[in-house]
Design a protein around this ligand. Structure first.
Ligand code: F6P
Length: 352
């Protein structure tokens, strides 16, 4: 790569806490490390279709470390390879060449990595950074944003626990996570849930009702943390069907369905709370700020070294990188023998 490269950054998919911390770290490390010129692409890959970019100088990233959301905006539907009935990828590549962009840092989840990989094949060198509160990208132990979402779930459970105890109720908290149970599992453990229901395990309504009746018989309450992707009678509960056949249906509402099913089987009252986008907003935790900064600096190092077609990753305690093709379009459910499941079972949590 020549002396002062021109590097683009975009944030794609749903937002999450820590995106700005990555933008900041990539910008600072590339400007400081190789005097790079940085361009922010607005609203994810949509910016390449709509031709919307802005320069990013070090002054633009000052004070954004702890800011939630993304200063560049994002888009969780636009795939330039098939957007509004047409393939815009060639026009997007023309725009990239017009701007004189040497490489792209794409911050996002599985969909973003898949699109990034396709642009890499068209000749745009790419480095990926794994983001999603769902924590379901393969080849990395952590996506940034996950820890912040878990902290919100834990706090919500703490709050639900006191009201559940006061009324002797079953309280159900529905978390996000799409088809992966990471948020519900780790959030449920952190918040002391009595039952944790995740899509990777089938659950028995009878066993849950029995646990609730046991609690009721001793004048106690029951706290249930369940992922939005849990299936009831083999069916996911869909909040909204999306017209685009390639897009996932919007999940949501399984907690309310469980409430209806459980209520006739127990004597106490059952209530449900849908936590929703509260999990995705707000300031990142200290852990996510540090992880996002480590990821951003490592992405900048990959760019400076000309090591493209890779995604930064956390393996154990080390930040490393993996081939983008190993990640693109794939997801990582909670493995059946995961240590977090053993921790839950070991402390008497009902897992299904
Ligand atoms: O992938 C992140 C996520 O927050 C999922 O947990 C959730 O199912 C989905 O995005 C919600 O998407 P939207 O913001 O489009 O409703």
């Amino acid at each position: 790569m020549h002396a002062a490269p021109h590097i683009a950054i975009l944030t794609g998919g749903g937002d999450c806490p820590g995106l700005n911390a990555v933008i900041r770290a990539v910008t600072l490390a590339l400007v400081r490390g190789c005097g790079a010129r940085i361009t922010g692409i607005e609203r994810g890959f949509h910016g390449l279709v709509a031709r919307r970019v802005r320069p990013l100088a070090t002054a633009d990233v000052a004070g954004i470390l702890a800011q939630g959301g993304t200063i560049l905006g994002t888009h969780n539907r636009c795939d330039p390879f098939r957007w509004e009935g047409a393939d815009h990828s060639a026009a997007a590549m023309d725009y990239v060449r017009e701007l004189g962009i040497d490489a792209l840092v794409a911050i996002g989840g599985d969909g973003t990595m898949q699109i990034a990989e396709r642009f890499q094949q068209l000749g745009l060198p790419v480095v990926g950074v794994p983001k999603t509160i769902d924590n379901d990208l393969p080849a990395t132990d952590r996506c940034f944003g996950f820890d912040s979402a878990v902290a919100v779930v834990a706090e919500a459970l703490d709050r639900l626990a006191t009201t559940a105890r006061s009324h002797g109720r079953v309280m159900i908290l529905e978390t996000m996570g799409r088809n992966a149970g990471w948020i519900a599992l780790e959030g449920g453990l952190a918040g002391g849930a009595d039952a944790i229901l995740i899509p990777e395990r089938t659950f028995s309504l009878q066993a849950l009702a029995e646990r609730a009746r046991e609690r009721e018989s001793v004048g106690s309450s029951l706290l249930v943390c369940m992922a939005e992707g849990v299936r009831i009678d083999g069916e996911a509960v869909v909040r909204e069907h999306v017209a685009d056949p390639a897009a996932s249906a919007r999940l949501g509402g399984v907690g309310a369905v469980l409430q209806q099913r459980l209520q006739p089987l127990v004597g106490c009252e059952v209530r449900s709370t849908l936590l929703g986008h509260v999990q995705r907003g707000g300031t990142p935790t200290a852990f996510d700020r540090v992880l996002a900064t480590r990821y951003g600096v490592h992405a900048a190092e990959l760019v400076a070294a000309g090591r493209f077609g890779r995604m930064v990753a956390l393996q154990g305690d080390s930040v490393t990188s993996v081939p983008l093709v190993d990640v693109a379009g794939r997801s990582r459910p909670v493995p059946a023998d995961h240590e977090l499941l053993r921790a839950a079972l070991g402390t008497g949590v009902l897992l299904g």
